[in-house]
Design a binder for this molecule. Structure first.
Ligand SMILES: CC(C)(COP(=O)(O)OP(=O)(O)OC[C@H]1O[C@@H](n2cnc3c(N)ncnc32)[C@H](O)[C@@H]1OP(=O)(O)O)[C@@H](O)C(=O)NCCC(=O)NCCS
Length: 153
């Protein structure tokens, strides 16, 4: 296994599309389904945004994992933190340290950019164990995850 990591940027639309179409292979066994790739203009905007951080892991030429963080701007403290929005390692490549390599990449970015806090919503027990093994701790009391979806036109 020869793992390399790339932060996606302008021109990486094909990788973004691959991740969308193969979403289920990076999710839990009973979750995930092919996603609709972003339209070209939205993909370009996503890839060029400096506050969207998407690292992808390759085993030679195979795409085997990804981690997306977004910068959250704060009105106080040091002004910004990260939300670890999503991580997925391909089913065939789990428990081989790829998730940890992706987290290391994120941590390197945090040190270089003087961002000391990252938070995540762990949505399953295995992921929670993974985060715990890498230094994340659950806060108490726990917040309640709530959603509001508008019907647009
Ligand atoms: C969570 C996930 C990203 C971990 O990726 P990974 O490459 O398999 O993780 P690593 O091999 O780097 O694991 C590092 C350590 O995390 C812990 N860990 C990882 N997966 C674990 C699991 N299923 N159960 C318990 N601990 C786990 C272990 O301590 C592991 O070290 P070890 O293998 O030496 O025991 C991967 O399982 C995945 O893609 N899951 C489906 C998508 C998902 O749930 N994403 C998170 C949504 S919040």
């Amino acid at each position: 296994m020869a793992i390399s990591i790339k932060r996606l940027g302008a021109g990486d639309e094909a990788i973004l599309e691959f991740l969308a179409l193969h979403d289920a292979e990076f999710d839990l066994g009973d979750c995930g389904a092919p996603q609709t790739p972003l339209e070209p203009e939205k993909a370009k905007r996503f890839l060029e945004h400096s506050d969207v951080l998407l690292w992808v892991a390759f085993d030679e030429d195979k795409t085997v994992g990804f981690l997306q963080c977004n910068v959250v701007f704060l009105r106080s403290s040091n002004g910004q933190e990260l939300v670890l929005y999503e991580i997925g390692v391909h089913r065939g490549w789990r428990r081989q340290g790829i998730g940890r390599v992706l987290l290391n990449q994120m941590e390197t970015w945090m040190r270089e950019n003087k961002v000391d806090t990252v938070w995540v919503l762990a949505d399953n027990q295995e992921a929670a164990e993974f985060y715990r093994s890498s230094g994340f701790e659950a806060e108490h009391p726990q917040p309640v995850y709530m959603l509001c979806e508008l019907k647009l036109g």
